[in-house]
Design a protein around this ligand. Structure first.
Ligand SMILES: [Zn+2]
Length: 228
């Protein structure tokens, strides 16, 4: 009897272990291959953001910061450029940075990536709280950074305010509440080149997508610093 239970226990452990290994491998490859596929497709199309995302936008003063901690590690679920046809339809104009499980109930601070002027603080459909900051790069080039799904009542900046690189903007909103427009807890982060403010999280075609930079490529090329 004892040996039966012993073997049964071993058997259950082996099954659970094998399912877990396969599941985590599946998760890894599903995410990274989708991201690679999109990036390669956009590269093949000669998509401008991949040629020189940040060499076209060089910092004149100070340094460029990542908008949230674990920016690279946590952004494979909904990559830049992916086409979605669900609640939102179109090409994803930014990246989604997920939160670690231990941060689901905690505070996740969000920071300005560079010196600039806050041009929008509002409650917007699909976002909940959203902040846009206009930056000026070398050669008088404007670039607007957009931070979506923030908790609006705790936002630390006002429209018209001049802020510096790495400034605390606010915190991510709570999952599946009005703070995130009923989305999971995550940061939607976009970089837009238009002179007029555009906070669209999804765009209709690749022509429109070319007004947006790949945030991951931009941050890598700018050698962006971890937020403090
Ligand atoms: Zn998004």
């Amino acid at each position: 009897m004892k040996s039966k239970i012993f073997f049964l226990t071993i058997f259950v452990f082996l099954i659970v272990g094998s399912i877990w290994t396969h599941y985590s491998d599946y998760k890894k490859t599903a995410n990274s291959s989708e991201e690679e596929f999109i990036e390669n497709t956009l590269k093949d199309l000669g998509y401008p953001s991949y040629a020189n995302a940040s060499s076209a936008f060089r910092a004149t003063s100070g340094e460029i910061y990542l908008p949230v901690k674990n920016f690279y590690k946590n952004q494979t679920v909904n990559p830049f450029g992916v086409y979605r046809n669900g609640r939102f339809v179109g090409y994803h104009s930014g990246v989604d940075i997920e939160v670690d499980p231990e941060d689901l109930d905690g505070e996740v601070p969000v920071f300005a990536i560079y010196d600039g002027e806050v041009i929008k603080v509002s409650d917007a459909g699909g976002y909940g709280g959203v902040v846009a900051i206009k930056h000026n790069f070398e050669g008088n080039k404007d670039l607007t950074s957009i931070y979506g799904h923030l908790r609006l009542r705790d936002i630390k900046v006002n429209e018209g305010q001049k802020i510096t690189s790495g400034y605390l903007i606010g915190y991510l909103g709570a999952a599946y509440t009005s703070e995130t427009a009923a989305e999971r807890k995550h940061l939607h982060f976009g970089l837009n080149k238009n002179s007029d403010l555009d906070i669209k999280g999804y765009v209709d075609n690749l022509g429109e997508l070319s007004n947006w930079l790949s945030p991951r490529v931009f941050m890598e090329q700018a050698n962006a610093k971890e937020p403090r």
